[in-house]
Design a protein around this ligand. Structure first.
Ligand SMILES: [Zn+2]
Length: 232
């Protein structure tokens, strides 16, 4: 009897674990046990964009006229730990030139419990950057010009990653007037304050992106884009 029970457990446990990962529902909380039983390696992968994901992107992050072909982009699956210590499923679209590197960076961030609140496709926020940033959503690809210009942003090529954007907003100062994006990130424009999800020079996220050859928006002079890392 005991043997039968153990055998059943051996078969059922991995099936139950797999059910938490397939389909991959970004934002879902998973247990440590489920991660070990499913395999942490399988949770960090860069693959060609699956058809269902591609369909989600149409007319949103992949808007009409996007010059980057689907084959240049990758779907990155990842795990991340939020400030409450929950392990969550995440997903991101990146240029294939950086996809593996990005998956590796997020694996190290996960292993060290670097807090990241939400990593979902910007399509879940109607490809609206303000909405996605206000939800503190970490993201990469979105075909759009730099806010307020006609220039293509590095996000349009899938070559820039924004980390915890609500708490690490983009701050512009013109003629003494300060603009903060997202608007809800205004309390976090003052970088002398300390708060959860604040990205700091020399912290793990900053160090990993720097080591991988990215440039940080926190180093810019014309404006400070504290959330932004890009591959030139
Ligand atoms: Zn950015």
């Amino acid at each position: 009897m005991k043997k039968v029970f153990l055998l059943a457990l051996l078969i059922v446990a991995p099936l139950l674990a797999t059910a938490q990962f397939a389909p991959w529902k970004a934002g879902a909380i998973v247990s440590q046990q489920a991660v070990s039983s499913y395999g942490v390696k399988k949770c960090f992968a860069a693959t060609p964009i699956p058809d269902d994901v591609w369909a989600r992107m149409q007319g949103k992050s992949y808007a009409a006229g996007c010059p980057i072909p689907r084959t240049e982009l990758r779907y990155v699956r990842l795990l991340h730990v939020d400030a409450e210590g929950n392990t969550r499923l995440g997903e991101m679209i990146c240029n294939k030139a950086i996809a593996k590197k990005v998956a590796g960076i997020f694996r190290k961030l996960y292993e060290n419990k670097y807090p990241i609140e939400c990593v979902r496709l910007i399509d879940d926020f109607d490809a609206n950057d303000e909405k996605s940033m206000t939800a503190n959503n970490t993201s990469c690809f979105c075909y759009r010009p730099v806010n307020g210009t006609t220039k293509l942003s590095n996000h349009a090529k899938g070559l820039a990653v924004d980390i915890n954007p609500l708490y690490n907003p983009c701050v512009r100062t013109k003629n003494g007037k300060q603009t903060v994006e997202p608007a809800a990130g205004e309390p976090y424009a003052d970088r002398n304050k300390d708060f959860t999800y604040k990205l700091k020079r020399g912290d793990l996220a900053h160090s990993l992106f720097m080591k991988a050859g990215f440039k940080w928006g926190g180093d810019w002079q014309s404006l400070k884009d504290w959330q932004h890392f890009e591959k030139p």
